[in-house]
Design a protein around this ligand. Structure first.
Ligand SMILES: C[S@@+](CC[C@H](N)C(=O)[O-])C[C@H]1O[C@@H](n2cnc3c(N)ncnc32)[C@H](O)[C@@H]1O
Length: 458
């Protein structure tokens, strides 16, 4: 039986209503789309084709947010989620879909964002490259800690309550052992009471954990990383003794759990190849460069390169990684991307962006704008290639405006959020860029997240 959901201003959110729906498709954000009695429903943890009895949890405008009460007829795409915390833990929201259905949903999610948000009706054809490992792929994790209730795990879906997780099916085996080890210490009362979360990162040498956890009261090894899987060390700042090394696609990166690094290393060589494509030339800029994942390979292809990164520790690692690779042609600026672009713009407005001989530009404008390096001066010339890999929130308007002023010949946008990607592409395309190609990678199996790489030309 279908219960009418026609809009009633006296609708009582606590009076949870049940309604029967058929799921049409998966939307950006991961929910299943359904319609009933003129209303739109977004159903969590659904599969396309499911016939469901759902409960309306909350309503916003004409949209009801619902959860599954009963699966009346399961979709053929549905599988039994193997994780015992599925539905409670806020982590993996795609475990109910078979793997091909997850990939197909991600193609639709990207297309939907490009069309609805980006106004891009016919994007280039693309597929989502599958992950070699659909489970046990995460080499970075953040575990929430509730010291009062003695819970360690992830936040529950839509809440700040900690879901106590003993086994997580997407963690790399080393991290699973670290989690188990931390849980033993939690039981023994050995975790720092004031810790709110623990971040862990797998490196070639072992696992790095922050904040630091003592192995036992007698033996603390503050300057080493256990080759075994006990969490022993961690440091809040850039510290050589407490870093880990990752070797990706022939390049070596030092970093710690405080700096951003891609969660899934399996697809990184393909991601780097797709982002750099056949790029090469004189001058390149990389915005949001982190510890230098793309910076090192870019520095091998361009005469000069500037990387911009606001996190001090990540910028320091990027510099160290370039130096260790013997790459002196790249400069890392530790600054907010929007501010850095505006400073460049100031330099341009004051004359440095004109086409006078380079020597004159350098002497004129260097000091007043604290633009001190030859590499930065090169940014004031025509840029061959600009790569940006912003956080989930995408690039601010000030950033897109700054890019349009520099007007690089080619742009590569690496994105972990198709919605903000589409928003930013719309502005770049309105600014005169053409979308050449699009590639996507399943860096986050069992979740609705997808990594996308887009190339544009001026
Ligand atoms: C998605 S990560 C990409 C990092 C790097 N490309 C990688 O793959 O390892 C985004 C990076 O942007 C940095 N970031 C975030 N907001 C920023 C801002 N406003 N200005 C400069 N960097 C920023 C973060 O610290 C982070 O290192």
């Amino acid at each position: 039986m279908t219960i009418s959901l026609s809009f009633d201003p006296s609708f009582d959110f606590d009076d949870h209503q049940l309604v029967e729906v058929r799921i049409e498709r998966i939307l950006p954000g991961g929910s299943g789309l359904a319609h009933a009695d003129g209303r739109t429903l977004l159903v969590a943890l659904a599969a396309p084709g499911d016939r469901l009895r759902v409960k309306i949890d909350r309503t916003k405008g004409n949209v009801d947010f619902a959860s599954i009460e009963e699966i009346i007829e399961p979709s053929p795409l549905r599988v039994e989620p193997p994780c015992p915390y599925f539905g409670r833990c806020g982590g993996c929201d795609f475990q109910q879909l078979n793997y091909q259905a997850q990939l197909d949903a991600k193609v639709e999610i990207v297309r939907d964002c490009l069309r609805r948000i980006g106004g891009i009706e016919s994007p280039p054809d693309f597929q989502v490259t599958p992950a070699p490992n659909q489970w046990h792929y995460r080499s970075r994790a953040q575990w929430q800690y509730d010291s009062i209730r003695k819970r360690l795990g992830y936040f529950e879906a839509g809440s700040r309550r900690v879901c106590d997780v003993a086994d997580c099916a997407v963690l790399a085996p080393e991290l699973q052992q670290t989690l188990s080890s931390l849980r033993e210490r939690m039981r023994d009362g050995l975790l720092p009471e004031d810790a709110r979360d623990f971040r862990a990162l797998v490196g070639d040498e072992g696992v790095w954990v922050a904040p630091p956890v003592r192995v036992d009261s007698a033996t603390v090894k503050p300057d080493t990383i256990d080759r075994g899987l006990s969490p022993t060390v961690g440091a809040g700042s850039h510290s050589h003794a407490r870093d880990v090394t990752r070797t990706i696609h022939g390049e070596t990166y030092r970093l710690n759990a405080e700096s951003f690094f891609q969660t899934n290393a399996d697809l990184l060589p393909q991601l780097i190849d797709a982002a750099l494509s056949d790029a090469g030339g004189e001058a390149a800029i990389e915005l949001y460069c982190g510890v230098g994942l793309f910076t090192l390979p870019l520095a091998r292809r361009f005469t000069t390169l500037i990387g911009v990164e606001s996190n001090e520790s990540a910028a320091a690692f990027a510099r160290e990684n370039l130096a260790n690779a013997g790459l002196a042609n790249a400069k890392i600026v530790n600054e907010d991307v929007a501010n850095w672009l505006e400073n460049l713009e100031c330099a341009g407005r004051d004359g440095a962006l004109d086409r006078r001989p380079k020597t004159r530009q350098l002497t004129d404008r260097r000091q007043s704008h604290e633009i001190q390096s030859d590499v930065v001066a090169a940014a004031l010339e025509r840029i061959d290639f600009l790569l940006l890999d912003p956080p989930r929130t995408g690039a601010e308007s000030r950033v897109i405006n700054g890019i349009l002023k520099i007007r690089p010949k080619r742009i590569c946008y690496v994105s972990c959020d198709p919605a903000t990607l589409a928003r930013d592409l719309k502005k770049l395309i309105a600014g005169g860029y053409t979308l050449d190609s699009l590639t996507a990678f399943d860096m986050f199996p069992q979740t609705h997240h997808v990594e996308t790489v887009v190339h544009l030309t001026a």
